[in-house]
Design a protein around this ligand. Structure first.
Ligand code: UDP
Ligand code: MG
Length: 144
């Protein structure tokens, strides 16, 4: 028996698009062996962002996150594979890109730019349950 594949919602944030790093980041996810099953380029609305970051809307850093995440397009991707949440979170590295491990996406390409929000190139759902919730927000047309 093979376990049903898991899904994760990945966002390539505005800094990843601006810096022409979307191909490199998707390359790493694909090279690890995961499948891209849905993908779109979209400028997030404040409403989508508030739903996505519901756990953070009351945090002091949230206004900075809105400014960061709505300043340009993001690439939203559904990625699939066994244990993909753990796998993609491992590829991403720690939230703070200055100290994220070298070899990770955030560690290799990110740093502190002195902005209110931490610009760290990529989002990945933190559990299969979060993934299901977030995929419904970014891909309502999938009806899943
Ligand atoms: N964030 C921030 N300041 C903070 C914590 C988080 O700007 O002190 C931003 C950052 O872009 C981060 C996102 O909010 O990626 C969500 O935070 P979380 O703690 O969920 O980190 P992640 O799961 O993205 O590693
Ligand atoms: Mg998170």
């Amino acid at each position: 028996m093979t376990a049903a594949p898991e899904r994760i919602l990945v966002l390539l944030k505005p800094d990843a698009v601006e810096r022409r790093l979307t191909g490199e980041i998707l390359r790493r996810i694909e090279a690890k062996g995961y499948s891209l099953t849905a993908l779109k380029l979209v400028v997030p609305t404040a409403e989508v962002l508030a739903a996505h970051y519901a756990e953070h809307v009351d945090k002091p850093f949230y206004p900075g996150v809105v400014e960061y995440m709505t300043r340009g397009p993001v690439v939203a991707v559904v990625v699939e594979g066994q244990r993909v949440v753990a796998g993609v979170r491992s590829l991403m590295g720690a939230t703070d890109p200055t100290t994220a491990a070298p070899g990770t996406i955030r560690g290799d390409f990110g740093r502190d730019w002195g902005t209110d929000a931490i610009q760290n190139l990529v989002h990945g759902s933190d559990s299969p349950e979060s993934a299901a919730r977030e995929i419904a927000i970014w891909f309502p047309e999938l009806g899943a």
